[in-house]
Unconditional design. Structure first.
Ligand SMILES: Cc1cc2nc3c(=O)[nH]c(=O)nc-3n(C[C@H](O)[C@H](O)[C@H](O)COP(=O)(O)OP(=O)(O)OC[C@H]3O[C@@H](n4cnc5c(N)ncnc54)[C@H](O)[C@@H]3O)c2cc1C
Length: 335
């Protein structure tokens, strides 16, 4: 039995809080919660569907020193085959969308408040249905609203920071957490960088001192024609389909683009002759150099080895070091 499970049972937590059993699973395979369809087990896996339940799992884990990790839609993650030691909290049960007033004097302004576990897809649909414009370019983006904000997701030259107004968060100080409302200045965001990315790279899902759980987000949008919005969304989803985004399990772009390299990472990988390059069932997509796919039963270790190899070969041929956009999470040393 693993250490976390022992602590859990020794402290009789189920007896003290029987309600927790309704949203807790032990040794949950994270392959069920990532778009790569890979990843080992989480010792504890919570999927709360209310704030009260979320607070309960946070309080119990903090009281018993159980490490905490946060998971959104799992669409930008490569979780190790050894999995995660501690408690993973999934936000996918925490969803909801409502209009909010915008006080900037502009008749065309429209605001929306979204609970962080809401799928981006649902937010985009809601906006079309309610004649609210500004989110169309995110049509077809997998994952949750919280994950998109954390990553400062960028689609067709529009990034989340362009529409972000403020967020309601739980801010962690290492011992506990406080509820805060946060807005940010433009210089706190950058390409694929948000002000929330303060977690150490070695522990990219962990909720340690300085990190935050985004609970809900307000976006600053505008009134628009729903027929036009529908056409735009369809156009972007169609483009993604044509680019093969949904053909195989993946996490979208594997590497960030870097202006200093003078061309997109996908083109650099293509020119290095690596399209279609594979290790086991992990493969550089035969149609796009910057998408790594799971063609069947790849394990995270195969994908990681492929990524390392692509980086090595590109470095050797061009001198450029490609930086992964996909977050490597979990216990890699044991994989
Ligand atoms: C087919 C495909 C296409 C894609 N296309 C694009 C694209 O065009 N542009 C783009 O930018 N990305 C793209 N991605 C990557 C991915 O979809 C985005 O990065 C997405 O925004 C991640 O959201 P998520 O909920 O899945 O986050 P996850 O992968 O679950 O988590 C990512 C990080 O966010 C943190 N996090 C999640 N929720 C919260 C929260 N509530 N509070 C605090 N931290 C949180 C996690 O701890 C983790 O560190 C694509 C992926 C796929 C599979």
């Amino acid at each position: 039995m693993n250490t976390v499970r022992k602590i859990w049972e020794k402290c009789n937590i189920m007896e003290k809080y029987p309600h927790i059993a309704s949203f807790l699973r032990f040794d949950e395979p994270l392959s069920l919660h990532t778009t790569f369809r890979t990843g080992g087990p989480a010792d504890l896996f919570f999927s709360p569907s209310s704030r009260e339940d979320l607070f309960l799992c946070l309080d119990v884990c903090l009281e018993h020193d159980i490490p905490l990790y946060l998971l959104g839609g799992g669409s930008n993650l490569l979780v190790s085959d050894a999995g995660v030691r501690g408690a993973v909290i999934s936000t996918t049960g925490l969803s909801g969308i409502s209009p909010v007033a915008v006080y900037d004097g502009d008749q065309n302004s429209a605001g929306v408040s979204v609970v962080s576990g809401t799928p981006m897809e649902d937010l985009v649909e809601w906006c079309v249905d309610h004649a609210v414009g500004g989110m169309e370019r995110f049509a077809g983006l997998p994952g949750s609203v919280g994950g998109a904000v954390f990553m400062n997701a960028r689609c067709y030259d529009k990034q989340i920071s362009d529409v972000f107004y403020r967020a309601e968060c739980l801010s962690f100080d290492g011992k506990g957490y406080t509820l805060v409302h946060t807005a940010f200045s433009a210089d706190q965001w950058a390409y694929k960088v948000s002000p929330f990315q303060v977690r150490p790279q070695t522990d990219p899902l962990s909720l340690g001192a300085g990190s935050a759980i985004i609970l809900s987000v307000e976006f600053s949008l505008s009134v628009a024609d729903p027929v036009f919005l529908r056409q735009e969304c369809d156009r972007y989803v169609e483009d993604r389909r044509n680019k093969g985004h949904f053909r195989f399990p993946s996490a979208g772009s594997m590497f960030k683009n870097n202006r200093d390299f003078g061309k997109p990472s996908g083109m650099i990988i293509d020119e290095a002759g690596l399209r279609g390059f594979r290790i086991g069932d992990a493969q550089v997509a035969p149609w796009h150099g910057n998408i790594v796919i799971n063609t069947g039963s790849a394990r995270s270790g195969d994908i990681r080895r492929l990524v390392d190899e692509v980086q090595r070969i590109v470095r050797e041929k061009t001198g450029f070091t490609l930086e992964p956009e996909v977050i490597m999470a979990g216990e890699w040393s044991l994989s």
